[in-house]
Design a protein around this ligand. Structure first.
Ligand code: NAD
Length: 492
């Protein structure tokens, strides 16, 4: 029995650390991949790394499963359940891949180098260096848009990275405990327990739903004395929330929010933020404008994406990018316009699609196939060249060699026939609180709109199946069961 356990243990160990990896070879091209998000990691997952010397550079040494990030803000899911270390991903590749935990500060397309820096906490200094590339993939994502509105950067929480979710979780409990402190004035309690979300896209809507769940299912029961003051307000500049969903799902979301007592303020544009208030301008039905001030305890800013400085800097160096505003304009093969050896994927690329995880994932997969085929093409061309020269040397075998050449040429034509990138939309899903979700799904070439509790189960199973690894999947299931059975953890 012990031998059996030992064998299983060895098997698991072997699976985690497969055969010796092929080491870098100076005769191969250097492929540098920036980022460890949806685009870059989808590319890495399917890339035959033995064809290139691959270097991955990212300030984050893990992949983050962003669709479940709003569930980390209230502890439904613990943050490590949706993180996958990049080193684990890379160790499973056939050829070794170098990883540098660093941020790219600039890209020089003429010298073909990326300038990177590592802000080392342990040494307390910044190390800067350059990494040369033959081929470069930019998958650095985007940053939070603030539109230069005063006070936003200083006073709001964003919801993009794992640290943001942790900060929100602490902040919610800080607001609750401070409101429950001895002798607080009623106005102060109301302010502290007013949670304001700006931006009615899927990020803002999902977060508002999670927040209301946290309050209804946990805070209200454990801190009952202040519970009648807790309020969630969602502010959106447009006439409705979730503009990318169908009308019927928008109405369903808005009426569910009403039942959940989440206040929605549409046609309301935030103009200024201070440490305790949000100042906005609302357009009334008769077209008149009015100012409103919302005192808040927690402010979450979810108004979409802005271009990162490293991408802006590169766009400034390439004349063909002069007219692009929202990121790197790419052609149908995801090559950055105006370059030959730089590709871009995900939220930093402008390929005509919404900046979603689904698009980034498909772009990464497309590039992996493209790069694998490019390597195969080179190998086939070399073989054909070799056989063609032997044709003259071995006239007796010419028929067999010609047949072999024809075979390779057929393979080559098939590979070279690579179709351009085309996004296939599988649908949009969003959680809206109280175990309900909305889904616009593509089904047999048609669109199906669904909403409610069954859709919530569909939402959970879809996201579970999309998790990066079995390990992540088990951790997420465990978190769901744990928060259902014991309630969410209120410790700060
Ligand atoms: P978004 O761009 O989708 O929505 C931001 C919203 O903020 C807009 O509706 C805009 O009108 C509003 N806004 C902007 N400035 C404002 C202001 N000053 N005052 C009030 N409102 C203001 O942003 P997001 O929700 O972060 O999503 C970003 C991308 O990621 C989108 O493409 C989205 O589809 C995708 N995403 C998808 C899902 C999902 O499918 N479940 C989840 C999260 C994000």
């Amino acid at each position: 029995a012990i031998a059996g356990i030992g064998y299983i243990g060895y098997g698991v160990y072997q699976d985690r650390h497969p055969e010796d990896q092929i080491q870098p070879d100076p005769s191969k091209k250097t492929l540098v991949i920036l980022g460890t998000g949806w685009g870059s990691v989808s590319l890495l997952k399917r890339l035959d790394t033995e064809n290139y010397n691959v270097i991955v550079i990212s300030p984050r040494n893990y992949f983050l499963f962003t669709p479940l990030l709003p569930s980390c803000t209230n502890g439904t899911i613990e943050h490590r359940s949706i993180m996958e270390p990049v080193r684990t991903i890379l160790r499973q590749k056939k050829a070794s891949v170098k990883f540098y935990e660093a941020e790219a500060s600039s890209i020089d397309p003429d010298r073909k180098v990326v300038r990177i820096f590592d802000n080392s906490e342990i040494r307390g200094d910044i190390t800067e260096t350059e990494v040369p590339y033959d081929m470069l993939v930019i998958g650095v994502g985007a940053e939070n848009a603030t539109f230069g509105i005063p006070g936003v950067r200083e006073h709001s929480c964003f919801l993009k990275e794992i640290g943001d979710a942790q900060k929100i979780r602490k902040r919610i409990m800080d607001c609750v405990e401070t409101a429950a402190f001895k002798d607080q004035s009623p106005e102060e309690i109301s302010r502290l327990l007013h949670m304001v979300v700006v931006g009615g896209g899927p990020t803002g809507v999902e977060f508002a739903g999670e927040l209301q769940d946290f309050f209804e299912e946990d805070i209200k029961k454990l801190v009952p004395d202040i519970s009648d003051r807790f309020r969630v307000t969602l502010i959106e500049a447009l006439p409705n929330v979730l503009p990318m969903f169908s009308k019927q799902l928008i109405e369903y979301t808005e009426s569910t929010f009403k039942e959940e007592k989440i206040n929605i303020h549409t046609k309301t544009v935030v103009k200024k933020v201070t440490d305790k208030t949000v100042e906005a301008e609302v357009t009334r039905p008769d077209g008149t404008k009015e100012s409103i001030v919302f005192p808040y305890g927690l402010l979450v800013w979810a108004t979409g994406n802005a271009v990162r400085p490293v991408v802006k800097d590169l766009m400034g160096r390439i004349p063909a990018q002069a007219d692009s505003r929202r990121g790197l304009a790419v052609n149908e093969y995801l090559v950055v316009q105006g370059t030959r050896d730089i590709w871009a994927v995900g939220d930093c690329a402008v390929a005509g699609y919404a900046p979603t995880a689904q698009v980034a994932g498909q772009e990464g997969t497309f590039l992996a196939r493209l790069f694998n085929n490019m390597a195969k093409t080179e190998a086939l061309e070399a073989k054909i060249g070799e056989l063609s020269s032997s044709l003259n040397l071995q006239p007796g075998n010419s028929a067999a060699i010609s047949r072999e050449i024809e075979g390779y040429e057929r393979q080559l034509r098939r590979i070279k026939d690579a179709k351009p990138f085309q996004y296939s939309h599988q649908g949009s899903l969003a959680y809206i609180g109280s175990e309900k979700a909305v889904a616009d799904v593509t089904w047999f070439n048609g669109n199906v709109a669904a909403a409610g509790s069954l859709t919530f189960l569909f939402w959970r199973s879809a996201y579970l199946s999309m998790c990066f690894s079995t390990r992540n999947r088990l951790l997420v299931i465990n978190d769901w069961l744990k928060s259902k059975a014991f309630g969410r953890d209120l410790s700060r």
